[in-house]
Design a protein around this ligand. Sequence first.
Ligand SMILES: Nc1ncnc2c1ncn2[C@@H]1O[C@H](COP(=O)(O)OP(=O)(O)OP(=O)(O)O)[C@@H](O)[C@H]1O
Length: 327
Amino acid sequence: MSTPNAVPRVLGQYWLEETLGTGYSGVTFKAYHLKKRSSVALKVQRKRAANEHLIQERTAYRLLRTCKGIPALQASGTIGRWQYLAIDLLGPSLESLSQKIAKPAMDLRTVCCIAIQLISRLSTIHERGLLHRDIHPGNCLVGLPPNEGTVYLIDFAFSGRYKDPRTDEHIPYLQREQGPFVGNQWFTSKNVHCHLKEPARRDDMEAVAHTLIHLLTPGGLPWSIYGASEASAILDFVHTSKEHTLPEALCRGMPSEFKLFLQDCRQMKYTARPDYDHWTNAFRQLAQAHGFADIDRFIWPPPPLPLVSSEFAGGVEREGRSSIKGR
Ligand SMILES: Nc1ncnc2c1ncn2[C@@H]1O[C@H](COP(=O)(O)OP(=O)(O)OP(=O)(O)O)[C@@H](O)[C@H]1O
């Protein structure tokens, strides 16, 4: 008996339940450990698949063991023709939450909370010498109870080191001559995507900035209007739009913190250490100014707005239209 993806229904001690996602580095299932009697997320790939992404991911989870907001690696190995990685089971992604809401943008409280949590995650990951290199709302998952207030980062298949672990020296700059770039069409930084620059800490931060702006804008980032497509005309459109749309235009109608954050990411030097504390404080103060309480905890659905007059508390409409207040 096998799943629709041809993976056997029983793999070692795991009973494979529903498919959670299918992607570049395999198929992820909700799986039940028959002896431990608990569920995990099980990423499975054919053993002879040409890529090494599952091994890279295992290395990253080991390096990030015990870090807040990173699922714990439960097990990994090979069974028959299959390689697998078992990690803590989590809840929905920010991408799926944002698609489910009637109003097509997340509210300011939620986005400030996501900003604080994602920047804190990057601080921890970078501290351990790693870059994520594929940050986007589909790779940010909310925890299951009792961890539903935490936003987790998953999918370290494209992660890599930015400094030599023996010398602690930053890896030298390398200018690529041609693609493909590492990352995601919509969220990867302008420098990596459009100018094929080597990813660094600044680029993880810029992918967070793109994620926040996307979640706060009804309809998302301007280059996402035609949906996810590999058609060359659309890929060209995304490239040109990302290259030429200024932070001022992307963040029109939003509190200035979003534009300043994106500008800061884009101006940072290749080897620079981002000022994580400055930016988590900036988003915390923005939340405070709007009267949002308990801002470090992700709350979904969002609590009612406080009775504080605010110029901006909800999503923002595209260029030329007025901003929306409240939810
Ligand atoms: N720990 C988890 N708990 C719950 N769902 C998960 C978990 N890990 C992954 N998923 C789901 O499976 C999807 C695919 O997982 P992941 O991103 O790790 O695989 P991938 O092959 O690298 O995919 P992609 O190529 O799209 O990045 C995720 O978007 C998420 O919806």
